[in-house]
Structures are given as C-alpha cells and as structure tokens.
Write a protein that binds this ligand. Structure first.
Ligand SMILES: Cc1cc2nc3c(=O)[nH]c(=O)nc-3n(C[C@H](O)[C@H](O)[C@H](O)COP(=O)(O)OP(=O)(O)OC[C@H]3O[C@@H](n4cnc5c(N)ncnc54)[C@H](O)[C@@H]3O)c2cc1C
Length: 308
C-alpha cells in the first residue's frame, strides 16, 4: 500500500538520521525515518562523554532515546522497520519496508552507518573488544592496562598511539609483514617506548569466556603464544551499510558514499550523512552535524526541483 506523500525518506535511526528528521520537520518537510534501533550505534556507547553540553556524560541509550523522541514530537514518522532495497527512477526514491509498507519521496538521505569487521575466531563477541580508541580508551585510564590493537593501517596506528598515552603497554599486532600506515605514523609508532610491534602475526583466538583476558597469536616464527591483555581494539576495517542501494552511486573503494560539499551523492536528490559518508571523523557530534546539513540541503534541493 503506498504511503502518504512525503518529502524526505531517511534511512537510519542513528544520530545522523534522527537529526536530519528533526531539522527537516522544523523546516516544514515531512520525513519518514526507516530503521529499527532508535539511536543507532549510540546504544553501544556506555557513557557519551565527548558530546558538549553533558558535563558528566550521558548514557548512549539515554541520548539516543531522547533524540528519537524529540524528532518524533516534531512530527517525523518512524515506522520502526528497515528498508532492504531503495530504488531510484526518474528522480523518485521508493522502497518497501520490512512491515510491507511502500514509501515514495522526491529526496532521500542515507544515514545507515557502518559495522565493524570482527575477527573470525571463537568468542568474537566477548566483552572487552573495542573499535574506537577515542571513545573507549578512557575506560582504561589509571588501570596500568595492557591492551592489544589489531591492524596495520593508519587507523590501527592512530589507535595504538592514542592508547599508548593511557595504557602501560600496547601490543600492535599486524598480520602483514610491514606496517601499512603512512611514514609519519610508522615513525611515531616505532619511537613510542610502550608500543610493541608484532609483524607477520595473526590473532587466532581470544582467551576468556565472557570477558577478554588475552589473545592467542601465531607469530612470525609460526609459534603460538598467549598474550595477557585487558582489552582488544580491532582496526581491521568497517563495512559501510550501503547494500540496500539498488542503483549506481559513487562510492570509495571501501564502500563509503562520496558526497559534494552540500552532502549530495552522485545521484541528484540523494544525500548522505554520518558514518556511511566518505568523511574524516566519525563521531556522534559529526553525525548530528551531517544530519542537520543534509536536511538543509535536501530542503533547498526540493525548493528548486519540486516547488509547492
Ligand atoms: C563501540 C562504539 C563506541 C563509540 N563511542 C563513541 C563515543 O564515545 N563518542 C562518539 O562521539 N562516538 C562514538 N562512537 C561512534 C558513533 O557511535 C557513531 O559515529 C555514530 O553513531 C554514527 O551515527 P550514524 O547515524 O551515522 O550511524 P549509526 O549510529 O550507526 O546509525 C545507523 C543506523 O542505520 C541503521 N540501518 C542500517 N541499514 C539500514 C537499512 N537498510 N534500513 C534502515 N536502517 C538501516 C543501522 O541499523 C543503524 O541503527 C562509537 C562507536 C562504537 C561502535
């Protein structure tokens, strides 16, 4: 059954999608927001401590639910369903959500975030596995912690450097024979006393059933070793959630959506916001900022292309 006419179809109920809905509604546009998790990835944040305005931080879940309610009170419609496929034909975006409801709109904002890649080993979801050193590194402050970073690119290097200022020791475990980060990062890593580099070494397992107590590695010499660690930070890549786009749109080699300075993708009327976008900082604050800007630019696009 086709839905009532709407102005913007927003994919994703994380900070980017919710903020886009809030701003869109306040600009007089009707938004439908698809996604099944109010707040998106923020539910994974125990305490959101780097969003200005919350002196002692706020739980990610509390933040997400409050933002969701705020957008709903402005009139945004949240069917609490996902969209498995977004189509685009003759400048119109459409799709059927997982409740069987059809949505059609002249503009769309993709704010579907990304998911971290995990190691294919047992206990892959045990407590103590992290993906963001800026976010979770401070949990280890003052604990004389020993941490492991897995990966060898710039992101892994950045995590190792950030954590080396917090932890007693950081193992940087790289499957490759060489560091795949830029020379500046590599130089800093090699100079940092408390970072120990393990090249050509694979993590083959975790120790600890519910909480990580260590990692099992297969070293360059093909010897299996156990390293006791208090936490593991994975930097083995992310998967942007763009599989639902059923048409061609420009992306980076990793699958992030390319946008112009007005957050429009290569498809007119299709905007991207937050972690799914090709951007250089992926945080709650930047996702919210993207959401606000995408709504603003979508409104300007609609004013030009579909004047009321
Ligand atoms: C463990 C962890 C800790 C973090 N800690 C912090 C922190 O302390 N501070 C900070 O600022 N940032 C932190 N971040 C980063 C922050 O959570 C993200 O940058 C932010 O949530 C991105 O918002 P987003 O709206 O772009 O995407 P998300 O929050 O990821 O939301 C995207 C939503 O879209 C949904 N979706 C996907 N596909 C579809 C589809 N087909 N249809 C509909 N919906 C779909 C997803 O399920 C998800 O709910 C952390 C991230 C992680 C993983």
């Amino acid at each position: 059954m086709p839905a009532n006419p709407i102005d913007i179809l927003i994919l994703g109920t994380g900070p980017a999608g919710i903020t886009a809905a809030l701003y869109g509604q306040r600009m007089g546009l009707q938004a439908v927001v698809l996604g099944d998790m109010p707040g998106g990835s923020v539910y994974m944040i125990e305490t959101l401590s780097n969003f200005p305005g919350f002196l002692h931080g706020i739980s990610g879940t509390e933040f997400g639910v409050a933002a969701f309610q705020q957008a709903r009170e402005e009139g945004a419609h949240f069917p609490m369903a996902r969209l498995e496929r977004l189509n685009c034909a003759a400048g119109v975006f459409s799709g059927i959500d997982t409740n069987g409801q059809e949505h059609v709109a002249p503009s769309a904002i993709v704010a579907t975030g990304r998911v971290p890649r995990r190691l294919a080993v047992s206990n892959a979801k045990a407590q103590g596995i992290h993906f963001c050193s800026v976010c979770d590194g401070p949990l280890f402050r003052g604990r004389n912690a020993v941490l492991a970073v897995v990966g060898s690119d710039n992101a892994a290097g950045q995590h190792a450097l950030t954590l080396s200022r917090i932890a007693q020791k950081v193992w940087l475990v790289c499957r490759s024979r060489t560091l795949k980060m830029d020379a500046a990062h590599a130089k800093l890593i090699r100079a940092r006393q408390n970072i120990e580099l393990l090249l050509n070494t694979a993590v083959t397992g975790y120790k600890g059933r519910e909480v990580i107590e260590g990692i099992i590695v297969l070293t360059e010499e093909k010897v299996e070793k156990e390293l006791a660690v208090d936490g593991v930070f994975l930097a083995i890549g992310w998967q942007p959630n763009t599989q639902m786009l059923n048409f061609e749109v420009a992306m980076t080699a990793e699958g992030y959506l390319r946008t112009d300075t007005r957050l429009m993708t290569s498809v007119p009327g299709l905007f991207a916001a937050g972690d799914v976008r090709d951007t250089d900082l992926r945080q709650v604050l930047t996702a919210c900022a993207d959401g606000a800007r995408a709504a603003q630019y979508a409104a300007e696009f609609l004013a030009k292309t579909t004047p009321r």
